[in-house]
Ligand binder design. Structure first.
Ligand SMILES: [Zn+2]
Ligand SMILES: [Zn+2]
Length: 393
């Protein structure tokens, strides 16, 4: 294809691609939706998603993929590979759940749509000059499996990485916030709370004063700088001056510079509270910090065209594009062209991380989104193969 033909052709995939993808989605409908339901019904936490990863890997194997389990040094990662050619697209499958609320972020929908896209692409890839990898990416909710995988080379040489995420509204090119997680420990000195309180150093006072200082800081933060925390251990008995307390904080910001600024200001709040209460403090960053999402305009355009071609209506957030949350795909999208398409499962007013949203992730509307996403991700990958300038945009 010449460059002049590029300009005259509006869709980057062909009519034949569209027909083949439709047929592939119809062919795999049953097993893919069964996968979505099975993962939702059997929630596993970050880095422990053994059964979910195996379910995805088994189905991909049955569709002709060569599957490497426990890939890149992570027990619950996998890399499923098919096709051949100069172009390489990675489709990311998440499958971790949340403590207490199960699949309340709908990662079963992500897993099923990524596997579905792979199954649809497998018989089409080689003829299109496309290598496709469905990458099983553990631990999105905490830890940051994609950051581990990125470091281990899982995305090396890939032309694009694509995935979807279920949400209350459609937004095919959302932004997200950078995030860092802190575990904070205060250490004081135990004493009899009534008979000898003057001998105690109160670690509960330290953690409470720190929490309140952060609350006062909030008024003076930059837009989209966020801090939220919990006191996870507040002492052991009322009649013992607490000698050890713990808190967890998440720090978020729109840019890396704003996150760095926030680190200094929150740390000052926490250290100040330790000084004022005579306690010691340890602040430990947990897991990988996540970078903000950088949606690739060419991939967003290709995905949008794919959804339109598949006849999926676009459902925008009536309040304007919502902005918040974080994902380890942010790091991927900063390293290579990336698509993280938020797709509605028509759950409103239920939002992610609620019991209600977990239930919405196995409705007919969620199933329809799984199938739309599988088709649209497959067409986007074919667009990258047909028109490499999609990822140069
Ligand atoms: Zn999620
Ligand atoms: Zn989530």
């Amino acid at each position: 294809m010449t460059s002049s033909e590029h300009q005259s052709e509006p869709a980057a995939f062909t009519d034949a691609d569209l027909a083949a993808v439709r047929a592939g989605v119809a062919q795999w409908r049953g097993p893919v939706l069964e996968l979505s339901r099975a993962v939702n019904a059997d929630p596993e936490l970050a880095y422990a998603e053994h059964r979910a990863a195996a379910r995805c890997a088994d189905l991909l194997e049955s569709g002709g993929f060569v599957v490497e389990r426990a890939a890149y040094g992570l027990d619950t990662a996998f890399a499923a590979r098919a096709g051949a050619g100069d172009r390489h697209v990675v489709v990311c499958a998440e499958y971790d759940a949340l403590p207490g609320v199960g699949h309340a972020c709908g990662h079963n929908v992500i897993a099923a749509s990524a596997v579905g896209a792979g199954l649809v692409l497998a018989p089409l890839a080689e003829a299109a000059g496309l290598r496709v990898t469905v990458l099983g990416t553990p631990a999105e909710e905490v830890g940051g499996g994609k950051v581990d995988l990125l470091r281990a080379g899982a995305f090396e040489g890939a032309d694009a990485a694509v995935m979807m995420h279920p949400t209350p509204w459609d937004d095919y090119g959302p932004e997200s916030l950078a995030i860092e997680e802190w575990d904070v420990t205060y250490r004081g000195r135990a004493s009899h709370a009534s008979a000898a309180p003057e001998l105690g150093l109160n670690a509960l006072d330290g953690v409470v004063a720190g929490y309140q200082a952060v609350a006062m800081l909030r008024q003076h933060l930059r837009p989209f700088q966020q801090v939220h925390g919990i006191i996870s251990h507040g002492g052991d008995a009322p009649n013992v001056v607490p000698e050890r307390t713990e808190a967890k904080y998440y720090l978020r910001a729109r840019t890396v510079a704003d996150l760095e600024d926030l680190r200094h200001r929150v740390r000052a709040c926490l250290e100040g509270s330790a000084i004022s209460t005579g306690t010691g403090i340890e602040v430990e960053a947990v897991g990988n910090p996540y970078l903000p999402l950088q949606p690739h305009a060419g991939l967003v355009a290709a995905f949008t065209a794919a959804c339109a071609a598949l006849g999926r209506p676009f459902t925008p957030d009536p309040a304007g594009a919502a902005f918040g949350g974080s994902t380890d795909f942010g790091d991927v999208s900063q390293a290579l062209p990336g698509l993280h398409a938020d797709m509605t499962i028509h759950s409103w007013p239920a939002v992610n991380h609620t019991h209600e949203f977990a239930a919405h992730c196995v409705t007919e509307a969620a199933d329809a989104t799984v199938l739309d996403a599988a088709g649209a991700l497959a067409l986007t990958a074919l667009a990258v193969a047909r028109r490499p300038d999609v990822v140069l945009a």
